[in-house]
Unconditional design. Structure first.
Length: 78
């Protein structure tokens, strides 16, 4: 459920450039699908608002945004 919602947020934050289905089934990082830095910033805001967490803006935190499985796993354990 978390991963599916994250995929929807990716689609919203990328203005549809990456569909939720593409985000769910991609075997590559979201950046390889065309996730821009602006879309990543929007995704940070959306995830923080919806899940009540704070995304660390270090390299490790930002790298989570490129991998839905890792991000969903981190959110599931919070």
């Amino acid at each position: 459920m978390i991963k599916e919602r994250l995929a929807e947020l990716v689609a919203e934050c990328s203005d549809g450039e990456i569909s939720a289905q593409e985000a769910l089934t991609a075997g590559v990082p979201l950046s390889a699908l065309g996730m821009t830095s602006i879309a990543q910033l929007r995704l940070i805001d959306a995830v923080e608002s919806e899940f009540g967490v704070e995304i660390d803006l270090t390299d490790e935190g930002v790298a989570l945004l490129d991998d839905l499985d890792a991000l969903a796993g981190r959110l599931a354990t919070r």
